[in-house]
Design a protein around this ligand. Structure first.
Ligand SMILES: [Zn+2]
Length: 443
């Protein structure tokens, strides 16, 4: 029943695209192209093989990976991926920033490439799906098309970005260019200058890794959600609205350090008490209105930080995230007001200073519609959601229409060996990626 319904929706919605589909699928009928599915077992197998690079000694898949950028595990995983790209008929090359890029020709050489991929580096003690799923699904898509002798109109380019967990770094350099001091930055104990050489990059020519705005038809990335929204809702496919904007503030609270035994309560100027009130204020302001905005006080230093001294000085962070910069600005104003109130109530002096403003990276509605259509054709339910975590796609959105596909993370866990996405969900995501590519190609 479900299948018949979806088939009808698909035929009605895409009647216009069928003509183009015929054009793209030389040797195949349009029906065959839209019935194409990735090889789920092969995708699982490559994910399991990749996990051997960076696995704890004597461990198993369930023990996760430490495949931090520029390590031996990273180069091992990258070489494995390069081998897969070659087996898929592509000729991978490594750009100066260490990104692995592999283009397959399309039937119309004047068209811009459809670019898709992710990353294979991990955090220390990370999982097997963050970045790996998007990378190996991208390769699986190319293998599937090749197995069926299908050539798209657009060139297809798989990109495995370098050192995502360090920034993202490789994608940022490709989009924004290198920043002063980049090469001296230390990642996992290795200066980037050295690390880049290890993974086949060229620190003397970082500018060569730059991609021109408009140089691609679009950028697509499949990724695990890393949160629990999809799993809780029982929805297999998330269509990402964008990667959230981040505002970060530094708060400094000056009170008076004094003897914890001899200073009466009414005479205290307790900087930590003021911080506690502000932490609560962040919680209240963020949850005052409905929405997906989040606010966190995650770092705090107390001076002198002794059990028998009334705290005289506290420095802490406040971080707000949301897709809407307007919401973040309102939260910033609200917390400034609360700061003045808390200073009066506690007899302290409080300064608040904004130190970070990262704008949001919005997905292109045109690409979101294609992801939706692809999921519907596969009989998969979808929902829209923002990404609270950063991704390579946030930089690519500056160059081309961007779209991200999320699949459920079991328990909302990531950056942990416990990170897991059901194999059926991995396959669903890869099929949505495949069908989205075919739809964008035919549109
Ligand atoms: Zn990732």
């Amino acid at each position: 029943m479900q299948v018949i319904h979806d088939r009808r929706a698909f035929v009605i919605g895409l009647a216009g695209a069928l003509v183009s589909a015929r054009r793209l699928a030389q040797g195949s009928s349009s029906t065959e192209v839209y019935e194409l599915r990735i090889d789920a077992e092969r995708l699982q197998h490559t994910l399991e093989e990749l996990s051997t690079f960076g696995r704890p000694a004597g461990g198993s898949f369930a023990d996760g990976v430490s495949r931090v950028a520029y390590s031996d595990a990273d180069t091992g995983g990258r070489n494995y991926v390069i081998g897969l790209l070659r087996a898929a008929g592509l000729e991978p090359r490594i750009d100066a920033a260490g990104n692995i890029r592999a283009v397959g020709a399309g039937s119309i050489s004047a068209l811009k490439p459809i670019v898709f991929g992710s990353h294979v580096d991990s955090v220390p003690n990370g999982g097997n799906f963050d970045g790996d799923l998007g990378s190996l699904a991208a390769i699986e898509v190319v293998r599937t098309l090749r197995d069926h002798g299908i050539r798209t109109r657009h060139p297809l380019e798989v990109t495995i970005w370098s050192n995502e967990e360090g920034g993202p770094v490789g994608s940022e350099i490709a989009v924004d260019g290198p920043r002063a001091g980049d090469l001296e930055r230390i990642f996992n104990g290795t200066p980037m200058r050295e690390g880049l050489v290890r993974i086949g990059g060229d620190p003397t020519r970082l500018e060569n890794a730059r991609l021109a705005p408009g140089s691609m038809r679009c950028y697509l990335e499949l990724h695990i959600e890393q949160g629990g929204t999809l799993e809780k809702a029982g929805i297999p496919i998330g269509i990402v609205d964008g990667i959230v904007s981040i505002d970060e503030y530094t708060v400094e609270i000056r009170g008076v350090a004094n003897h914890a035994g001899t200073t009466p309560m009414p005479e205290r100027h307790n900087a930590l008490l003021a911080a506690a009130k502000l932490i609560e204020a962040v919680q209240e302001e963020v949850t005052r209105a409905p929405g997906r905005q989040v606010g966190t006080v995650g770092q705090l230093t107390v001076t002198p930080n002794a059990p028998n001294v009334v705290p005289g000085f506290v420095r802490h962070t406040i971080e707000f995230r949301d897709l809407s910069e307007g919401t973040l600005a309102r939260l910033g104003d609200a917390i400034r007001e609360r700061t003045s109130q808390v200073a009066r109530d506690t007899g302290t002096e409080i300064t608040i200073r904004q130190v970070v403003h990262d704008p949001p990276a919005l997905a292109a509605p045109e690409i979101q519609r294609q992801i939706e259509a692809a999921a519907v054709s596969l009989g998969l339910r979808t929902t829209h959601l923002p990404s609270g975590a950063g991704h390579d796609a946030q930089f690519l959105a500056k160059l081309a229409p961007m779209g991200m596909i999320f699949v459920p993370s079991v328990g909302g866990v990531s950056h942990s060996p416990k990170e897991f996405t059901r194999w059926s969900d991995c396959a669903n995501g890869a099929n949505v990626l495949l069908q989205t590519i075919l739809r964008v190609d035919a549109a």
